[in-house]
Ligand binder design. Structure first.
Ligand SMILES: [Zn+2]
Length: 215
């Protein structure tokens, strides 16, 4: 959070045009302060929002100019706790799942705030075809995993990986918790369009329960 706010006052930021500045201030306040209010990201002008978010998060999402850069930046706007981490989008054909929040075991040697995370995406899957709001929900779900990884000591990832692979019940709970967490982070509207592990009814019930969405 602090990084993003500070960036509003950096020389690079101030050098941009007034129009973009006004838009960016509006965007940053929407994304960072009123995360629960953004109903539909498809209504924004993609290039303007992308330029704006690249200024807010200049190094956090790499590489730029890839298909999922924008939804990743938008999802990141819902996770101020990841604002100083770097997220690498990696495309790989021979992977089991269309999208995975991959844990880099080299993080063992890094401070938590310097952790690197990999968003592994299978090209040509449904992830390419769903709309922007749905992509933000999906990537937001993966970012919930990054927050989980960030909280755990690296050594704790070994029993976690074991449980995830061998216990269906653990895996199911872990994934559902990630959905609830993403909704807590303000992705409820996006989840209404793209429920992932929770059913649509469970999403609606939870959104109502939070009382944050006026739904
Ligand atoms: Zn997941």
């Amino acid at each position: 959070m602090s990084c993003s706010r500070n960036s509003l006052f950096s020389p690079a930021y101030l050098s941009i045009s007034l129009g973009l500045l006004a838009f960016s201030l509006q965007l940053s306040s929407e994304v960072l302060a009123q995360q629960h209010q953004v109903k539909d990201y498809t209504l924004y002008d993609k290039q303007t929002i992308l330029d704006s978010l690249r200024l807010l998060y200049p190094k956090q999402v790499t590489p730029s100019e890839v298909l999922h850069e924008l939804p990743a930046l938008l999802a990141l706007g819902h996770y101020p706790q990841l604002a100083n981490n770097s997220i690498k989008i990696k495309y790989k054909k021979n992977v089991r799942y269309p999208i995975t929040a991959s844990y880099a075991f080299t993080n063992v040697f890094r401070f938590r705030k310097k952790h690197k995370y990999i968003l592994l995406i299978k090209p040509g899957s449904f992830v390419d075809r769903i709309n922007l709001n749905q992509q933000v929900a999906l990537i937001g779900h993966e970012m919930a995993h990054f927050v989980y990884y960030r909280k755990r000591p690296a050594i704790g990832m070994i029993p976690w990986a074991f449980s995830y692979v061998f216990s269906k019940k653990f895996r199911r709970n872990f994934e559902r918790e990630a959905d609830y967490f993403a909704i807590d982070q303000g992705l409820g509207w996006q989840y209404l369009e793209m429920s992932i592990y929770l059913s649509k009814t469970e999403v609606v019930d939870y959104i109502r329960k939070t009382g944050l969405y006026g739904y």
